[in-house]
Design a protein around this ligand. Structure first.
Ligand code: ATP
Length: 359
C-alpha cells in the first residue's frame, strides 16, 4: 500500500494539511490539459521532484483520482504519491502529486531517434508495455477511455526510461460478469446512464491501441491525412466504416502479423474487436522478442508531419469523445429495450404514477 496517501479501504481520504507544508510548488509547466495545468513540485523532505495536477474538487475529480490511485501500482501506469484537498480562493481543490515523467511523450521520443534505428521489434515491445497496463485495468473492470499519444509518457529521457499511462479523467468502472449476468446485482433503482453496465468502454481502449500501434509502425494515423487535412469531411465516415489501409511504401516491409493484429483492434464492430486477453496472447505481442528487427520509417515521417501533429492529436481526442458518447447511447438503448421482468414491473409502476393526478 502507498503509505504516503491516507486511505481507508477503497475510499480516498486526501490530506487536508496545506500542501505547501510538504511541497514547494514551481511555475514550471509540464503540460496543459482541459482540466488545467500540470506543474513541477519538490518534496521539502526528500528533495525529489514530482508533478502536480490540480483539479477542482467534486464527484468527477474524486472518481478520477480514486481510480488512478487504485491502479497506480502497475509498472506501466504513472504513480500517485500524495493527494491533498486544500481551499484556494473560494474553491476546494484536489492537489495530486505524481511521479514526474521527465522523458516526455511517446511519439516525441520516437521522433528524436536517428533514422532507421527504430524497429518493428521495438514497436512490439512498446505495444506490449501499453497492453499490459490496459490488461491490468480491464482485469479490474476499469476502462481508460482516453488512451491517446499524449497520455503515454516516459519516466526519464535515459534509455531505461519506462513508458507509462496517465490521465484517468474519463476512466470508468465497467461491466463485470456479475453485474451483467446476475439480475439481482443489476441496480434497476438508478438511471441506466448512471450505473448501467458499460459493455463498450473496454472496446474503446482496444480501438485506441490499434490506432497507436498503426502510428508506431508508420508515423501517421490510419484515418487522418497528415498533409494538412486532418479535419477533412470524409474522415468521420472513414472511421465509422473502417476505411484505412497499409498501402504506403512504409508498410512494405512490415510483417503480416502486425497488420493482422491492427485489423483485429481497429475492427469497426465493437463486438467483433479483439479483447485484451486475445491481444496479450497474440504472438506479435507475446513473442515480441522474436518480431523481425525491420527498420521503420516512423521517426522520419513523424518529423515531416510535425506541423500537423497537434491536429492529429485533436482529432484523436474528438474521435474518442464521439466514441464514448456513441457507446453510452447504445448502452442506454439496450437497457431501455431489454425485457427484464423486474425492470418491466418498475416501468409499469412509474408509468402508472406518471398518469395519476396528484392528491
Ligand atoms: N506525471 C506527469 N509528469 C510529467 N508531465 C505530466 C504528468 N502528468 C501529466 N503531464 C503533462 O501534462 C499534460 C496534461 O496532463 P493530463 O493529461 O493528466 O491532464 P488533463 O487536463 O486531464 O488533460 P487532457 O486534456 O489530455 O484530458 C500531459 O499531456 C503531459 O504532457
Amino acid at each position: 500500500m502507498n503509505d504516503e496517501v491516507q486511505n481507508v479501504g477503497m475510499r480516498l481520504i486526501p490530506k487536508t494539511t496545506p500542501i505547501t507544508d510538504d511541497y514547494e510548488i514551481y511555475d514550471t509547466v509540464l503540460g496543459l490539459g482541459i482540466n488545467g495545468k500540470v506543474v513541477k513540485c519538490k518534496n521539502k523532505k526528500t528533495k525529489l521532484i514530482h508533478a502536480l495536477k490540480v483539479l477542482d474538487d467534486g464527484t468527477k475529480a474524486r472518481g478520477e483520482v480514486e481510480i488512478h490511485r487504485r491502479v497506480s501500482g502497475h509498472k506501466h501506469i504513472v504513480k500517485i504519491i500524495d493527494v491533498y484537498r486544500n481551499s484556494s480562493g473560494h474553491r476546494d481543490r484536489l492537489y495530486v502529486v505524481m511521479e514526474c515523467m521527465e522523458g516526455g511523450e511517446l511519439f516525441q521520443r520516437i521522433q528524436e531517434q536517428p533514422d532507421g534505428s527504430f524497429t518493428e521489434r521495438e514497436a512490439a515491445e512498446i505495444m506490449r508495455h501499453i497492453c499490459s497496463a490496459v490488461k491490468y485495468l480491464h482485469d479490474r473492470c476499469i476502462a481508460h477511455r482516453d488512451l491517446k499519444p499524449e497520455n503515454l509518457l516516459y519516466s526519464s529521457k535515459d534509455a531505461d526510461g519506462i513508458l507509462k499511462l496517465t490521465d484517468f479523467g474519463f476512466a470508468k468502472e465497467v461491466e463485470s460478469k456479475a453485474t451483467l449476468q446476475t439480475p439481482c446485482f443489476t441496480p434497476y433503482y438508478v438511471a441506466p446512464e448512471v450505473l448501467g453496465p458499460d459493455k463498450y468502454g473496454k472496446n474503446c481502449d482496444i480501438w485506441s491501441l490499434g490506432v497507436i500501434m498503426y502510428i508506431l509502425l508508420c508515423g501517421y494515423p490510419p484515418f487522418f491525412s497528415n498533409h494538412g487535412h486532418a479535419l477533412s469531411p470524409g474522415m468521420k465516415k472513414r472511421i465509422r466504416t473502417g476505411q484505412y489501409d497499409f498501402s504506403g511504401p512504409e508498410w512494405r516491409n512490415v510483417s503480416q502479423d502486425a497488420k493482422d493484429l491492427i485489423s483485429g483492434m481497429i475492427c469497426v464492430d465493437p463486438d467483433a474487436r479483439l479483447k485484451i486477453d486475445q491481444v496479450m496472447e497474440n504472438r506479435w505481442i507475446k513473442l515480441y522478442t522474436e518480431v523481425p528487427q525491420t527498420p521503420l520509417h516512423t521517426g522520419r515521417i513523424l518529423r515531416e508531419g510535425e506541423d500537423v501533429w497537434p491536429e492529429v492529436q485533436e482529432e484523436m481526442t474528438r474521435s474518442l469523445a464521439t466514441m464514448r458518447v456513441d457507446y453510452d447511447q447504445v448502452r442506454i438503448k439496450t437497457i431501455n429495450n431489454s425485457n427484464n421482468p423486474l425492470l418491466n414491473k418498475r416501468r409499469k409502476k412509474s408509468a402508472a404514477s406518471a398518469v395519476t393526478p396528484s392528491e
